[in-house]
Design a protein around this ligand. Structure first.
Ligand code: DQA
Length: 185
């Protein structure tokens, strides 16, 4: 059978094309309680960027990777649970979640993350493991795909990249070989 011509640059690998075609193009970013106060809230810990600044940065990062990003913030536990439950139906391929203080005790958010098929990456602006004892426990981390903490706004960008590194089956794709490297097989 003849292959159709003129569709794609020959350098694009077939599986990469299929993965991009199969993946819905939007990611969901969820910010938990008090993150609406970013910019004025404990700037020594959380920096001077506002939530709007942070969302702009994440959206730009997504655009550079061909991904639309929808960001939402809530101080209400149930609202975050509902957004997680609806993520797949709304067509999101993954969620970057900063649960704020809910990280440390919300079994409802943990159960929502465990219940959904859409992969969730937990992120934190601050290094929660280097702060007060109670922040070192995350009830979410065990059911999230992973946790990124301590890089300020970059934690969210790394979280988005982590989602993009997952195949459509939710399994991390093998790292691309550097140009010129020989296959080990
Ligand atoms: C936070 C860390 C949490 O302990 C805290 O309650 C927050 C923000 C962070 O992004 O560093 O609200 O999730």
């Amino acid at each position: 059978m003849r292959r159709p011509t003129g569709c794609c640059p020959p350098t694009l690998r077939r599986d990469a094309i299929l993965a991009v075609m199969a993946r819905p193009s939007a990611a969901l970013v969820l910010h938990g309680p008090n993150l609406n106060l970013l910019g004025t809230r404990e700037p020594a810990v959380y920096g001077r960027a506002s939530l709007a600044d942070l969302d702009r940065l994440i959206a730009r990062h997504g655009r550079q990777r061909g991904v639309r990003v929808v960001s939402r913030q809530s101080n209400v536990e149930g609202e975050l649970v509902t957004w997680l439950q609806r993520a797949e139906r709304e067509g999101f391929f993954g969620v970057v979640l900063n649960p704020g203080a809910f990280t440390h005790y919300s079994i409802a958010i943990r159960d929502a993350v465990a219940a959904i098929a859409v992969p969730v990456v937990e992120v934190h602006l601050s290094n929660v493991h280097g702060r007060e004892e109670f922040r070192r426990t995350s009830v979410i981390a065990a059911v999230a795909r992973g946790q990124i903490a301590g890089f300020g706004p970059t934690s969210y960008l790394l979280g988005l990249d982590a989602l993009l590194a997952l195949g459509t089956d939710g399994v991390p794709r093998a790292r691309a070989r550097p140009p010129g490297a020989r296959s080990s097989r």
